[in-house]
Design a protein around this ligand. Structure first.
Ligand SMILES: NC(=O)C1=CN([C@@H]2O[C@H](COP(=O)(O)OP(=O)(O)OC[C@H]3O[C@@H](n4cnc5c(N)ncnc54)[C@H](OP(=O)(O)O)[C@@H]3O)[C@@H](O)[C@H]2O)[C@@H](O)CC1
Ligand SMILES: Nc1ncnc2c1ncn2[C@@H]1O[C@H](COP(=O)(O)OP(=O)(O)O)[C@@H](O)[C@H]1O
Ligand SMILES: [K+]
Length: 506
């Protein structure tokens, strides 16, 4: 098996909000005692070396510079490239009378080298070996306005590799949201720290290869500012030994917990079966399943190891709950009176619990809200479920995934996994981790059910809610990455992950 390696593992663990980056920026510039030109020069220097590293043969580049400091970076890069013997064309856009003094100096530096500086228009010829996108950085405030939108479209249409400075123009680097047109970069060199939005929602779709130049940010600034979120991946957690301890020889099944999966209303039996199988493959000592009786034969045929309980009225559930050490409810649960009766009993029990899918939809409905401050609980909503739980639209949830995950964790007093590209794990104290594993092959039915089983089995083996959620999300996503490595993303099935989960967890 290929060792799963996140393409993001060269990046540090610390992820920052844009406000934090601006503060690191501000404190460093204050200490340097200038208007920011020194830091800008350093940013441009590192960007040029990234350009030359990725495009060794680049002899002719076109630089597109906006009116802000992102444009400032671009002007200096143009000047430095010219001095290295690269042919450079620079196009500008926007109101340059609004330039900061650092950006003005940057423009002057480019002018003084003798580079031709032109206004970008629809007739401009975007040619060369590389396009440098210095249009908009962290200062983007909304959907790119007219001429910026046209410029972005022209950059994307040019069919020339793009190096984005700091942020692909049009991407909100704080949230990962794209409001409208956005540059699709081949490489993004981001400055000072990794902005959290580059790694979640649409961020990874437009950054291309992401590189970081930390620049000479002063130590005292870093000491004052605690990163907003932590980047995690399977390889990182594994290297830091944040997983399960090796089993001792004298172990028995009672040491590894008993997961009871509850779900599988008529027509949805497979969901519960997938959670069951994943829990087994991650190493739960025992796995039971309470489901509609009609699903029991199929379940036992696929997995005779499971203890299958056919539940009709719902009242048969109590003894099974008593025997379990971990409850996992939701996969295929439905929202019928049967589902409600099962959920009620789970909410009345004490064991650590994983809640997913329809269990979350029920929790979101009137009269069902509850908090888990007295109980170990992991909630795993996708953005649609999160929207129902927060009384928002999906767009509102995604507009600030970090805030949405934190709000849910706080409201439910539980660890929350907000799923989707760049899955977030949040706890009630506001701590957030972002998983950089995973791929769009996972956008298929049943993937979430597998995750439920994975997290339940990690709880069963003694991890706390935070560690089980972080390790579970990374293991699940890394398994999907292994699964698509040779065969591609289309056609991945949730059950394809099962044997890989087993190899990874060992
Ligand atoms: N020394 C330093 O400070 C360092 C800074 N660094 C660099 O600075 C960048 C941040 O610079 P920044 O704050 O000037 O913002 P930036 O991204 O250039 O955009 C602002 C301009 O865009 C415009 N604009 C905004 N929204 C728009 C829209 N929707 N559609 C159209 N236009 C829009 C806005 O105009 P306004 O809306 O105000 O009229 C304004 O003119 C950062 O990403 C990094 O690259 C690094 O070099 C490290 C050192
Ligand atoms: N594009 C993607 N990139 C990374 N992970 C993804 C992507 N699409 C889906 N996933 C992951 O796949 C799983 C899908 O879960 P969910 O939507 O609950 O599926 P289901 O309800 O069908 O079981 C989640 O863990 C989610 O994070
Ligand atoms: K940019």
């Amino acid at each position: 098996m290929n060792r799963p390696f996140s393409a993001k593992d060269h990046l540090p663990a610390q992820l920052f909000s844009v406000a934090q980056i601006r503060e690191l920026d501000r404190q460093t510039i204050a200490a340097q005692g200038d208007d920011g030109f020194t830091l800008m020069h350093e940013a441009a220097t590192s960007a040029l070396s990234v350009l030359q590293h990725h495009w060794v043969d680049a002899r002719k580049i076109t630089v597109i510079a906006g009116p802000g400091n992102n444009g400032g970076d671009a002007f200096i890069l143009a000047a430095l490239a010219f001095e290295c013997g690269i042919r450079v064309r620079v196009f500008t856009l926007g109101d340059l009378t609004k330039q900061t003094s650092a950006a003005q100096k940057a423009l002057n530096m480019a002018v003084q080298t003798g580079i031709s500086i032109e206004r970008l228009s629809t007739a401009s010829d975007l040619s060369g070996d590389v396009l440098v996108d210095g249009l908009l950085g962290t200062g983007l405030s909304s959907e790119p306005r007219d001429e910026f939108a046209q410029a972005i479209a022209a950059i994307n249409a040019a069919d020339i590799p793009v190096l984005a400075l700091d942020v692909p123009s049009g991407l909100n680097a704080d949230s990962g949201v794209v409001y409208g047109p956005v540059v699709k970069a081949d490489v993004t060199i981001t400055f000072i720290g990794v902005k959290r939005g580059l790694l979640t929602a649409s961020g990874p779709d437009v950054c291309g290869a992401l590189e970081l130049a930390e620049l000479s940010v002063i130590d005292s600034a870093h000491a004052n500012i605690v990163a907003d979120a932590e980047r995690i991946s399977w390889a990182r957690l594994h290297d830091e030994m944040r997983g399960l301890a090796p089993r001792r020889g004298n172990a028995h099944k009672g040491h590894f917990g008993h997961v009871l999966v509850i779900g599988g209303e008529s027509g949805f039996g497979g969901a519960a079966m997938m959670a069951v199988e994943a829990a087994g493959r991650i190493g739960a000592g025992l796995v039971s399943c309470a489901t509609r009786p009609e699903h029991v034969p199929a379940l036992l045929t696929r997995r005779p190891e499971v203890m299958a309980l056919g539940v009709n009225s719902g009242l048969e559930l109590a003894p099974a709950i008593q025997r379990a050490t971990i409850l996992a409810i939701g996969p295929g649960l439905g929202q019928t009176s049967w589902s409600e009766l099962l959920l009620q009993q789970v909410l009345g029990a004490q064991q650590p619990v994983v809640l997913d899918a329809d269990a979350l939809n029920l929790l979101a409905s009137p009269g069902w809200h509850c908090e888990f401050s007295e109980r170990v609980a992991v909630l795993t909503p996708h953005p649609g479920e999160a929207a129902r739980m927060l009384g928002m639209t999906v767009t509102e949830v995604q507009t600030d995934r970090f805030a949405s995950a934190r709000l849910l964790a706080q409201r439910y007093q539980a660890v929350v996994v907000l799923k989707g590209q760049g899955s977030l794990i949040a706890d009630p104290s506001g701590r957030v981790a972002l998983c950089t594993d995973g791929n769009p092959g996972m956008s298929c039915g049943g993937m979430g059910d597998v995750l439920t089983g994975v997290i339940a089995a990690l709880l069963a083996q003694g991890l706390n809610a935070w560690d089980a959620a972080c390790l579970g999300v990374c293991c699940h996503s890394a398994a999907a990455d292994v699964a698509v490595a040779d065969a591609g993303v289309r056609g991945l099935l949730a059950t394809d992950l099962m044997p890989i989960l087993r190899e990874l967890i060992n």
